[in-house]
Design a protein around this ligand. Structure first.
Ligand code: GLN
Length: 181
């Protein structure tokens, strides 16, 4: 669990409830013995500030190119291939283009529902100053949409949501990620 800033505590709780062993990652060396990484929501610009110190960014790019990673909201922005509003550095491992704070007041903070590729009841989607996925590459599978925009995507071992699964009582998104580890 990337634990520099943001909603890492709630994510850790959800993962532990599903039986995952969670280790907090606060510096590059902490990534040495983990099997997968969750990048939480928060402020991607603030996280970038921490990550661009001490070689952390380069190690994270290598990690995200080789191991399962799941980015939510700000975490999805970090994994993306292009970021706009404003343009900012990203890891480039997940082939999506993403626009920060793209929904304005419409989705500043709102809860919606959508059907998903994992079946069962509709998923609850909690949006907080959500980014919008504006491009998906050919390898990217869309697992849920809201208002026609992808909100849950997967590309091999990488997964991202623009909503916050850690704020809903539904483990299906995490289960899907844990299966990839
Ligand atoms: N607005 C944040 C950003 O641009 C993302 C919001 C979130 O993670 N809930 O980084």
């Amino acid at each position: 669990m990337l634990a520099l800033q943001g909603d890492y505590d709630a994510h850790s709780r959800c993962l532990k409830e599903l039986g995952a062993a969670v280790r907090l990652v606060r510096k590059a060396e902490d990534m040495e013995e983990i099997a997968a990484l969750v990048l939480p929501g928060g402020e991607s610009g603030t996280m970038l500030g921490f990550l661009q110190r001490d070689n952390f960014w380069e190690k994270l790019r290598i990690f995200a190119g080789n191991k399962p990673c799941f980015g939510t909201c700000a975490g999805a922005i970090l994994l993306a291939a292009e970021v706009e509003n404003p343009v900012q550095p990203c890891l480039g491992t997940l082939d999506i283009g993403i626009r920060r704070n793209a929904y304005g007041r419409q989705l500043q903070s709102a809860i919606h529902n959508a059907d998903s590729g994992v079946g069962g009841a509709p998923l609850e989607l909690v949006f907080i100053r959500a980014p919008r996925i504006i491009r998906t590459g050919p390898e990217v599978e869309v697992l849920a949409r809201f208002d026609n925009d992808p909100v849950w995507v997967r590309q091999g071992m990488l997964m991202a949501t623009t909503f916050h699964p850690e704020l809903s009582e539904d483990g299906r998104v995490y289960e899907e990620f844990l299966r990839s580890i």
